[in-house]
Write a protein that binds this ligand. Structure first.
Ligand code: ATP
Ligand code: MG
Length: 253
């Protein structure tokens, strides 16, 4: 599904190298997790997939179901079915949650959803996520707490029904009960959409206890240093990010 090969990325303005020979393949229905120290390049990876103009792809390959992501615009990447749950969702003044999502759905399906049906579906999603339903008609993320903004990202996901989810530190800002609830909602979505793949970026194994990863990767200095199972996440939590040659497993083909 997603194939990244030997990707080298630098910042456009300062030419600072961030991703260094980064390779990762995620097949249909697989769940992968990336853990790594602050500044390792995890969020940059997600931004590069979504073609953030601050970054320049120096070399390498990045395809999604055969489409070359390196020559697409952000909206085209989204239309392929990729979705990014951002680490720091921002407030967008003047655009209501309902207008934004209805427009995004139209852009995806080219069909206008009946307003009544749409608001009903959105209300249902707010209930599932314990969000106040007044937010539906309010500007995106305005007046929402950090954790509520994360829930709003998941609300967007539920309405847009993407095929590939990138969750960048979804767990940061969510309290223990909210994390459990959001993961339950996501697991239900994944059960109903078995072909969906997930890339979870996290610092803690707790989210991985709820959404079980097939692979856990350790990312250090812009590249994957180690790949393993959930036990690697536990090991990282106990030992930190020192490279352990004995437990090293090669994931690259
Ligand atoms: N636009 C930019 N201009 C300059 N430096 C940048 C830019 N974007 C990212 N960086 C740098 O690249 C490195 C990787 O940043 P990134 O946000 O990807 O880290 P991260 O792994 O997501 O960290 P965290 O765990 O703290 O979220 C950092 O040193 C950061 O300062
Ligand atoms: Mg980050």
């Amino acid at each position: 599904m997603l194939e990244i090969k030997q990707l080298n990325v630098e910042t456009k303005q300062t030419h600072k190298p961030i991703l260094k020979d980064f390779s990762l393949t995620i097949k249909e229905g697989e769940i992968h997790a990336i853990m790594g120290p602050n500044g390792a390049g995890k969020s940059t990876l997600s931004k590069v997939i979504f073609k953030n103009p601050l970054y320049h792809i120096v070399s390498g390959k990045m395809t999604f179901n055969g489409s070359d992501l390196t020559c697409l615009e952000t909206d085209e990447v989204a239309r392929l079915g990729l979705f990014l749950c951002m680490q720091d969702p921002m407030v967008i003044e003047g655009v209501s949650n309902s207008d934004f999502l209805r427009e995004a759905l139209f852009s995806k399906t080219k069909e206008r959803v009946n307003l009544y049906t749409f608001v009903k579906e959105m209300t249902e999603a707010t209930k599932q996520l314990s969000l106040r339903d007044e937010m539906i008609h309010q500007p995106i993320n305005q007046g929402l707490s950090g954790g509520e903004r994360k829930k709003n990202e998941i609300l967007q996901l539920l309405l847009l029904k993407p095929k590939f989810l990138i969750l960048d530190e979804l767990d940061s800002g969510l309290d223990v009960d909210s994390l459990k609830k959001v993961c339950h909602v996501l697991n239900t979505y994944l059960k109903e959409n078995k072909e969906t793949s997930v890339l979870i970026i996290t610092h803690y194994s707790r989210i991985l206890e709820y959404i079980h990863p097939d692979y856990v990767h350790k990312m250090v200095d812009g590249t994957l240093a180690e790949t393993g199972s959930l036990s690697l996440a536990h090991q990282i939590e106990q030992e930190g990010y020192q490279i352990n040659e004995h437990t090293k497993e090669q994931f690259h083909e």
